[in-house]
Design a protein around this ligand. Structure first.
Ligand code: PLP
Length: 497
């Protein structure tokens, strides 16, 4: 049959579509090679470093032109080459590789953190991770995307302080991702709360309502601006402040409220914002632990005068240290910027309208943030996937309670996977996990329980109970079904005793 020109055009269009769908898939390689981090002998050492970060084990395998494993490159070896200056000689993976030691043949067992299994020809037949071969922390940053490239780019641009393309891009992209108009990036999630309070003019004589169950930065910053914190208990289902608890704590001096979306669980913001509006109270949402959580279909942060985020390395996305204030109000955004930049008048250099702060984020932090933002949806689904593994494995164990599933209006995210366990067994459980190189952390202490906040303490029985019984479980991408099974068996042995 003769092919018409139309056939040819259709074929080309189909092929293009296939190419787009399959973008990034390497057809030449069998699946085991595609999933194991590998580079070619002639690839550069920075390509090897990027690949090595991918599996969370800081190592990649080097393949010859026939896909045979000829060596391994570790992140440590790249670091040494960078530190010593050896990298200046345009090194290739082949120049840094060592003999392949993290390999097994014929399905042998291995307790190495990551291994590839080789076939008879020396090609990769399987790739295995053994996350429990080394200490497993509750959180690990995933820096295996474009973070390294962006960071090097920001560095080489010499815009290493707080001006630069990455800062501008990060501020506008993160704000847009959160459905907000303005972003003001800062050095961490503590100063973002401090800046928010200062920008809204909260100070001595004002009261600010905060939940008892939170990281201390929430209350510390209220005290740093000279205001009086008013602590309220949390709701037993959401673990967050409720509108009722907030309303009951309002006095004529209440100036602001800081709901905290703790461990990724959103506070009921429609109701809290309505109470705040009715009383002329500012809302500052502390979203440090809840990037991407929603309530009533809206992202957390969207309900506030100013939303505050942290990008510390254990957060859902990171910039190393870092934070941001988001707002929809241009006037507030300008004030945040001015106060963040020493209180300097933006139109008049070295003229200070107010005694401001230097709370700025660097362009290098923002460079990392831009790369993280590219993958935030993956981070969120990975974390959710980890929680989905824990739930069935831990649910039936006597004494263990998992976070209550919330009504549809709430769309929590997983920051840390959490479980509640009997208070009198928690220390033994943490110790048993530590003995197996697994990090298990107790929840934050309730603010009212700590001497630093004694003057502001209130009875907070729900928060107290949670703080005595809660544990954070490892939530990094290294957590797989085997890790979860191991943790479940430790839980069973300690809790049944
Ligand atoms: C609820 C909450 N608020 C504020 C902060 C402070 O953020 P950063 O550590 O970036 O200063 C944190 C960080 O752990 C947090 O969990």
């Amino acid at each position: 049959m003769k092919r018409s020109m139309q056939d040819l055009e259709n074929f080309t269009a189909d092929f293009r579509e296939l190419e787009t769908v399959m973008d990034g898939v390497d057809f030449k390689r069998p699946p085991a090679v595609a999933s194991a981090p590998t580079v070619g002998v002639n690839d550069g050492i920075f390509a090897a470093a990027e690949r090595a970060l991918e599996c969370g084990q800081s190592l990649c395998w080097v393949l010859d032109a026939d896909d045979r494993v000829v060596g391994e490159v570790t992140v440590q070896s790249v670091r040494e080459a960078v530190k010593s200056g050896a990298y200046r000689a345009a090194l290739r993976a082949a120049d840094l590789m060592r003999e392949p030691v993290q390999v097994v043949r014929d399905g042998q067992a291995s307790d190495l953190p990551a291994v590839v299994e080789l076939d008879a020809d020396g090609r990769i037949a399987a790739f295995k991770l053994n996350p429990l071969a080394e200490f497993l922390p509750v959180a690990e940053p995933d820096l295996s995307g474009a973070e390294f490239r962006n960071l090097a780019d920001a560095y080489l641009s010499t815009w290493i302080s707080s001006t630069g393309e990455y800062i501008r891009s990060f501020e506008s992209r993160f704000a847009a991702w959160n459905g907000m108009k303005h972003g003001v990036a800062v050095s961490n999630g503590t100063v973002s709360l401090h800046l928010a309070l200062a920008a809204l003019g909260v100070g001595p004589g004002d009261e600010v309502i905060v939940p008892d169950l939170t990281f201390a930065a929430t209350i510390n910053t209220v005290m740093h601006v000279g205001a009086t914190p008013v602590i309220v208990d949390v709701d037993p289902e959401t673990w967050c402040m409720s509108a009722e608890l907030f309303a009951a704590a309002i006095t004529p001096r209440t100036r602001a409220v800081i709901p905290v979306h703790v461990f990724g669980r959103p506070a009921p913001m429609t109701e809290i914002a309505a109470v705040a509006r009715a009383h002329g109270i500012y809302v500052i949402e502390d979203c440090a632990e809840a990037h991407g959580a929603r309530y009533d279909g809206k992202m957390v942060g969207e309900f506030s005068d100013i939303a505050s985020y942290s990008f510390f390395a254990n957060k859902i996305m990171t910039t190393g240290e870092g934070g941001i204030c988001l707002t929809n109000n241009l006037e507030i955004a300008e004030r945040l910027r001015m106060l963040r930049d020493h209180g300097m008048n933006p139109a008049r250099r070295y003229w200070h309208d107010e005694a401001g702060f230097n709370f700025r984020m660097t362009n290098m932090q923002a460079a990392v943030g831009c790369a993280q933002l590219d993958r935030i949806d993956t981070f969120l689904s990975d974390r959710q996937g980890v929680m989905d593994l824990y739930r069935p494995a831990l649910e039936g164990i006597p004494g263990v309670t998992l976070p209550t599933a919330l009504p549809d209006r709430y769309q929590p995210v997983t920051w840390f996977a959490c479980a509640l366990v009997p208070a009198d067994k928690r220390a033994a459980l943490i110790a048993a996990c530590k003995a197996e190189s697994i990090d298990l952390r107790p929840f934050f202490n309730g603010l009212s329980a700590m001497p630093a906040y004694r003057r502001h303490a209130r009875p907070c029985p729900v928060s107290y109970e949670l703080s005595q019984t809660g544990v954070n479980l490892p939530t990094s991408r290294r957590v797989d079904a085997e890790v979860v099974a191991k943790i479940a068996s430790i839980f069973r042995s300690v809790l049944d005793a």
